[in-house]
Design a binder for this molecule. Sequence first.
Ligand code: SF4
Ligand code: SF4
Length: 87
Amino acid sequence: MSRPVVTPATATHPAAVTAAPNAMTENRKPEIEVARCTGCGRCVAACPGRLLTLEVVAYRKHAVLVKPRECDGCLACLTACPVRAIS
Ligand code: SF4
Ligand code: SF4
């Protein structure tokens, strides 16, 4: 049984190890765990399509995927998140 190839771009998050190789074919969309999100904005900056934004709800900032249909599942946002709020 072969082990999954871990590249530097996907090595920071366990989910990325298995998700990244099939990301384009599965068209996987990121899911943001709002309670964990700190609103740092790194995922917003990392998205090549500018599909994420920060929203403020009850004085708390968190990331939102505003254009899910345009997301190609590259998972750059997932690897950019320092607190693993994206899966
Ligand atoms: S998976 Fe890629 S295209 Fe989709 S929101 Fe994240 S960074 Fe943007
Ligand atoms: S990178 Fe993570 S913690 Fe920062 S805004 Fe995005 S989801 Fe939230």
